[in-house]
Design a protein around this ligand. Structure first.
Ligand code: GLA
Length: 728
């Protein structure tokens, strides 16, 4: 059993293999946080709620209720009544006043986990997960608040979500509904987040948690390039192998906030949820609002364990695609090869050469529809441009299939170009504030996905194409962030629902897609990696990581991404040099080793690259066939970080039984390693002996991990090596 209730002491407890989470009730029924951390083996006690210390609990000392509320470690703090720390839940009543208080009513414990209406969410069998649902009520507003906690024992994960039901007779305005709060005592925490920009997504950032509020957030309508719905609080000195880590990740693909707040009493409140900016929701009598899920994990063994908890969890309990455990086809995408300038013959010439090198799928990117010869037009007009694709799409796909490749296609379904047939017919379908010229980005506007007929139009536009030919893969792109938040469909009081309704619309569309086309390999994308989050993983097993395909820039992008997400989810391609984003030239071999840490593919004009590079492709293809399973299913270890040391990068993937370990080393700077570099590896069994493939060398796991491995013989910047260790 993972969930227990101690009725005598009013204590709830959730256990995973290595962590315990404890919740207690005050005499009034406030739901308080007692403990989260290393697994407890003895019974948990409630004294940490400090019920006997001043300020006394309100039923004893009504006079100082505010002091109590501003101090008590709340599981789900409500706003407006005297807890001046960040609230998670703000409700405005019909009279226009904001304030709410919730008290325990009852609870339910059950094996398994229920889905969340309209939202992506983790899942598990009755053997894998157990759920606690605490029902609280605001007796004045007649509002029910369900706090859900699910314990995934093996992965050391606790998920949380919140559901609100209006049982009263007045329409309430929900002005803030976050999904989780963690009130802890400060341990001189440092805060770890993932930040960046277009072509520089998810770089790891660390800083001290100081008094006041520190947050990362997005109010852009999507997860964003700039900030990420992930936060970890770590004790000082935490590294890959030691330190305590409390992490939250949000299963949502829209506006979010992740915040840490150090208070006057040296406690720390960590919250996460849908950003309250430009959010409100009308909750009519009998209506329900479901807030998205948070994935919490605790590691007492540093960041490496946190990472492996998340990787296992997303692979086992979030990704549904049939490709999850299957080899992904090696694809070649024509974006950096041709941009908008291609036709059937050009694509077929790429396909022929690709086939000769062992590549398995051709993906036709942007530019195949409407009058799209640049990014100035045609989004929304999803009809094949037969001037480019002479003979039509079906003909092209048949020819590509005849060459022996699968076929994939690019869409950007959520968008509308002002210069499109669709916009001329339906200008009101674009998100806009009436009377104000909407702001364009990349010459495009965003479709109003709160409108049911827009959802149908968008879905059918994609589905008709997919039904028309043998298409195995879709890249679903989204190339601008939202602004001018107005809908000609929603009424005046519901305009602030648009951001969330938009995200629900995206989820509804992708759900329809994977339902009608269950064998489709779906890859999400957003101007590179701006919508890389667990919500999207529920629909697609892989997401394009970044438009920056430079192998060295990718080291930092992939390090940050892999801090939370499995390697099998990271879209990574070998592109041409000088790199189109940064102008750098790196060896073809290094580009291959870096892309191997993701889904692996090509994004270049294979008919034009040098003969020397092209000759390396069959060898790289063999490398992918040899290692794809290990990389997709294995345990990931971060060994050294170029971001930190400015000279080299190193990671390892170890099979679950540790019989095989693949180490990738990239020598970034400092032309020659004069002496070999000693590097302490991870991921081996200490007592076992390992042969280094291709040599006569044999090492014990202990020596490799405690003593180190010598990297030698690398010559020149940007060179790299793969080392494959096999247990004797
Ligand atoms: C985005 C994607 C690219 C490419 C272009 C096409 O930027 O990230 O990979 O598909 O759009 O316009």
């Amino acid at each position: 059993m993972a969930v227990y209730y101690d009725d005598k002491n009013k204590i709830f407890r959730l256990d995973t293999e290595k962590s315990t989470y404890v919740i207690g009730l005050s005499p009034e029924g406030y739901v308080g946080h007692i403990y989260y951390g290393a697994r407890l083996y003895q019974e948990a006690a409630g004294y940490l709620l400090r019920m006997d210390e001043p300020p006394y609990t309100p039923s004893v000392n009504q006079r100082e209720k505010s002091a109590f509320l501003d101090f008590f470690p709340m599981e789900y703090p409500t706003g407006g009544v005297g807890d001046y720390r960040e609230s998670c839940f703000n409700v405005r009543n019909e009279k226009g006043c904001m304030g709410s208080e919730i008290f325990y009513v009852s609870h339910e414990v059950y094996k398994g986990k229920r889905g969340l209406e309209g939202l992506p969410a983790s899942f598990g069998t009755e053997d894998e997960v157990e759920t606690l649902e605490i029902l609280c009520e605001d007796p004045i507003l007649k509002l029910q608040v369900y706090l859900s906690y699910s314990a995934f024992e093996k992965e050391n994960i606790i998920t949380r979500s919140v559901r609100i039901v209006n049982m009263g007779v007045q329409t309430l305005k929900l002005e803030k509904v976050y999904s989780a709060c963690l009130d802890m005592d400060d341990e001189k925490f440092r805060m770890l987040t993932l930040c960046g920009a277009w072509a520089r997504e998810r770089h790891i950032q660390e800083c001290e948690v100081h008094y006041g509020k520190q947050m990362v957030s997005s109010a852009k309508g999507e997860t964003s390039h700039q900030e990420h719905p992930f936060m970890a609080l770590v004790t000082p000195g935490t590294n890959q192998v030691q330190g305590q880590v409390y992490a939250m990740n949000f299963v949502y693909s829209g506006n979010f906030i992740a915040q840490a707040e150090r208070t006057q009493f040296d406690s720390v409140r960590m919250v996460m949820g849908i950003h309250q900016e430009e959010f409100s929701w009308n909750l009519k009598p009998s209506d329900t609002f479901q807030a998205p899920e948070i994935v919490l994990t605790y590691s007492g063994e540093g960041l490496g364990q946190m990472t492996r908890n998340y990787h296992d969890f997303y692979r086992n309990h979030m990704i549904r695609s049939p490709y999850l455990h299957k080899k992904r086809p090696i694809l070649i995408n024509n974006w950096e090869a041709t941009y908008f300038d291609f036709d059937t013959e050009k694509l077929l010439s790429i396909a022929r050469e690709a086939k000769a090198c062992g590549i398995e799928m051709l993906v036709m990117d942007d530019g195949w529809f409407g009058e799209r010869n640049s990014d100035d037009s045609s989004l929304g007009d999803w009809t094949v441009n037969e001037k480019k694709l002479q003979g039509g799409l079906r003909h092209l796909v048949e020819e590509v299939n005849a060459i022996g490749l699968d076929f994939g296609i690019w869409f950007e379904p959520e968008m509308i170009s002002p210069n499109s047939e669709l916009y001329r017919r339906h200008p009101e379908w674009a998100i806009q504030i009436p009377g104000r010229e909407p702001t364009q980005s990349r010459s495009q506007l965003v479709l109003d996905l709160s409108r049911p007929e827009v959802l149908d139009y968008v879905y059918e536009s994609v589905a008709v194409i997919l039904r028309s030919a043998n298409i195995s893969y879709v890249k679903w792109d989204m190339n601008r962030q939202l602004s001018d938040m107005g809908s000609t469909y929603l009424d005046k009081d519901s305009q602030q629902e648009l951001f969330h309704r938009y995200v629900l619309g995206v989820y509804a569309l992708q759900e329809r897609l994977v339902t009608e086309f269950p064998n489709l390999l779906l890859e999400n994308c957003s101007g590179g990696g701006a919508r890389f989050d667990p919500g999207m993983l529920y629909y697609s097993p892989q997401i394009w990581c970044s438009d920056d395909t430079d192998a060295i820039e990718r080291l930092m992008i992939q390090e940050g991404t892999a801090l939370v997400y499995p390697l099998s989810t990271m879209g990574a391609h070998i592109s041409d040099c000088p790199n189109h984003s940064v102008g750098r030239s790196t060896p073809f071999e290094t580009r291959g080793h870096v892309a191997l840490a993701g889904t692996f593919g090509y994004e270049l004009d294979i008919t034009k690259i040098s003969e020397q590079d092209r000759r390396m492709i069959p060898e790289q293809v063999r490398m992918y066939h040899k290692y794809h399973e290990l990389i997709r299913e294995g345990d990931y270890y971060r060994i050294a970080s170029y971001r930190e040391n400015h000279t080299h990068d190193c990671w390892a993937v170890s099979s679950r039984d540790k019989k095989e370990v693949l180490v990738t080393y990239v020598h970034v700077l400092g032309n020659v390693i004069a002496h070999s570099r000693k590097i302490k590896l991870q991921g081996f069994r200490p007592e076992a002996r390992y042969c280094l493939e291709g040599t006569d060398l044999v090492f014990t796991g202990e020596m490799l991990m405690q003593g180190g491995f010598l990297i030698s013989g690398l010559r020149g910047d940007y060179t790299s090596r793969l080392y494959h260790f096999i247990m004797e």
